[in-house]
Design a protein. Structure first.
Length: 117
């Protein structure tokens, strides 16, 4: 399983970014797997940002991003997205997507998001 994140960058406070995570190497149907975004800021532990279930598509978010971030998935493209609006400097971090497959958790390489004026 390979996960490749993209879409990070430098943005001013209040701006928006859309992250993508493209998955490949699935033996089974991508839509059967829950997908999660985490982030890790310098000197801090990795934290869950948002998660989306498999076919049902139910979602959950960290309190710090509720109302600003939206996770979604396109099962036809094996891709999960994270739309980030009203970004704050404290959202600065490396963002990772992850998926559990057959008892093992796979991670992408991460994409850097920097929110600064």
């Amino acid at each position: 399983v390979q996960l490749v994140e993209s879409g990070g960058g430098l943005v001013q406070p209040g701006g928006s970014l859309r992250l993508s995570c493209a998955a490949s190497g699935f033996t089974f149907t991508f839509s059967n797997y829950p997908m999660t975004w985490y982030r890790q800021a310098p000197g801090k532990e990795r934290e869950l940002v948002a998660a989306i279930r498999s076919a049902g598509g139910s979602t959950n978010y960290a309190d710090s991003v509720k109302g600003r971030f939206t996770i979604s998935r396109d099962n036809a493209k094996n891709t999960v997205y994270l739309q980030m609006n009203a970004l704050k400097p404290e959202d600065t971090a490396v963002y990772y997507c992850t998926v559990p497959v057959l008892g093992r958790r796979y991670w992408g390489q991460g994409t850097q998001v920097t929110v600064s004026s």
